[in-house]
Design a binder for this molecule. Structure first.
Ligand SMILES: *[C@@H]1O[C@H](CO)[C@@H](O)[C@H](O)[C@H]1NC(C)=O
Ligand SMILES: *[C@@H]1O[C@H](CO)[C@@H](O)[C@H](O)[C@H]1NC(C)=O
Ligand SMILES: *[C@@H]1O[C@H](CO)[C@@H](O)[C@H](O)[C@H]1NC(C)=O
Ligand SMILES: *[C@@H]1O[C@H](CO)[C@@H](O)[C@H](O)[C@H]1NC(C)=O
Ligand SMILES: *[C@@H]1O[C@H](CO)[C@@H](O)[C@H](O)[C@H]1NC(C)=O
Length: 410
């Protein structure tokens, strides 16, 4: 009834309406003035055929079309825009859009693409300028499929690519290097944690890069070099859970001086608590806890101080020692004299014994003495007064009696 009403309405408006209404596919609405065909939420299972030749825009959304292939779009050389969002499409076959030789904008958002043929996006003449794949990739396999399709698709004219909301955690290196004309790359609302050297290689005309609402905590040096290579592009980095610790130092320095246009006001700390919601740009190294050089200075100072302290302590100990010696000077003198006297007494005693031993006439006395000493198992030195200054003397003196005694006995 509605379609009929629409036809009557159009027929009233346009004299040539009836023939076009008849040409409108089942379940769709055809708008000749705007050259648009809309097939919205009609539970269609396939892309409808017989879309009028005047059509420029095809809007097929909210249906149940699982697979699209080259048969889906034929004789539609005049179509420039195709919106296929939210159709539960899972598979893109080879050369699906090859018949759409004027296609400039393709929207595949909100699907569940699991299988993308390497040449799914190939269109003779490379007319495509805009590709919307937001919320459309089923999993990582689909992403690698897409990377291949971007490589083989001959998308020389593509200027805008929307890959937002795909839970992407990482991007294959050089994924966009075969899209040389790309000006806008939208990667917002994914799960990206890092940019690597080569992630954005070959993108010489990029004007806008949207990395907001991802999982970046900081950008390392190679990531910053990669971003710096984009020249003076507009780079959106806001709404990421940045950690404002010393690890972010390079990032803050880069934000301070880059020639890229960055949404610095939205680049704010998520942690630590003390810096939450603070802008990263303009933070000082002290603020983000980089105290490394300061620490080194302190350590240096500590070392110097400890040397000085050690010197003072040694000096003090030396002075105390000298002072004690000075106080004891009388006792010391006495001790030295006593020791000297003791040594002299002992030496004299030895001298006496030595003379007895070496005197042949008194040999029997010494031999008897040394024999009895040996018999008792005692070393001669043990018989001597226990004083260091005579040990030397005792060994000297003992050698001779032992050497001479047998000679005397035999
Ligand atoms: C495309 O449009 C041109 C002119 O508007 C028309 O002559 C031609 O027939 C159209 N192509 C198709 C397939 O209808
Ligand atoms: C892509 O599609 C989504 C959802 O339909 C829309 O919100 C977004 O604006 C589109 N992207 C572009 C670049 O038009
Ligand atoms: C992605 O999904 C497809 C289809 O469900 C499945 O065959 C494939 O193993 C999945 N890949 C990963 C990495 O989970
Ligand atoms: C971000 O992506 C997730 C999952 O793809 C989705 O559920 C959520 O609605 C998206 N948020 C925005 C603001 O687009
Ligand atoms: C960033 O710039 C501010 C002032 O412009 C400066 O105080 C701060 O030290 C700089 N931070 C870094 C990490 O270079």
């Amino acid at each position: 009834m509605c379609i009929l009403a629409a036809c009557v309405f159009l027929g009233v408006l346009l004299l040539l309406a009836p023939s076009q209404c008849l040409a409108c596919p089942f379940g769709c609405e055809c708008f000749a003035i705007t050259r648009t065909v809309k097939c919205v939420s009609k539970d269609l299972l396939v892309v409808p055929q017989n879309i009028p030749g005047y059509t420029r825009s095809v809007v097929i959304t909210g249906n149940n079309i699982h697979q699209v292939g080259p048969d889906s779009f034929t004789e539609l050389q005049n179509v420039t825009n195709v919106i296929l969002s939210n159709n539960r499409i899972t598979e893109l076959a080879s050369h699906t859009f090859a018949g759409l030789t004027s296609l400039r904008s393709l929207d595949l958002s909100g699907n569940q693409l699991a299988l993308i043929h390497p040449e799914a996006l190939s269109i003779p003449g490379s007319p495509l300028q805009e590709l919307n794949l937001s919320h459309s990739l089923h999993n990582f396999t689909a992403l690698t499929d897409l990377a291949t399709a971007l490589r083989w698709g001959g998308l020389w004219g593509l200027r805008r690519l929307d890959l937002s909301g795909n839970l992407l955690a990482l991007l294959p290196p050089g994924m966009f290097s075969h899209i040389p004309s790309l000006q806008q790359l939208l990667l917002r609302n994914n799960s990206l944690v890092a940019v690597y050297a080569g992630t954005f290689s070959g993108m010489d005309h990029l004007e806008t890069l949207d990395l907001t609402h991802n999982n970046f905590e900081a950008f390392r040096v190679d990531a910053l070099q990669e971003l710096e290579r984009l020249g003076n592009a507009q780079i959106f980095l806001g709404y990421n859970p940045y950690t404002c610790s010393c690890e972010s130092r390079d990032f803050v320095t880069w934000l301070n001086k880059t020639r890229a246009r960055v949404d610095a006001d939205a680049v704010r700390c998520a942690s630590p608590e003390a810096l939450a919601d603070t802008r990263l740009q303009g933070l000082t190294v002290q603020a983000i806890g980089c105290v490394v050089p300061v620490l080194a200075e302190v350590a240096d100072l500590t070392l110097q101080t400890s040397y000085v302290f050690l010197g003072l302590v040694l000096g003090f100990v030396g002075m105390v020692f000298l002072f004690v010696l000075y106080l004891n000077r009388n006792g010391m003198k006495k001790w030295i004299i006593e020791t000297r006297d003791a040594c002299r007494d002992v030496l004299e005693g030895y001298h006496y014994r030595y003379e007895i031993d070496s005197d042949p006439r008194l040999g029997h006395i010494a031999a008897g003495g040394s024999r009895s000493q040996r018999h008792l198992g005692k070393e001669p030195s043990q018989q001597l007064p226990n004083d260091t200054c005579i040990v030397q003397a005792s060994t000297e003196t003992q050698v001779k009696p032992v050497a001479t005694s047998p000679a005397v006995n035999s």
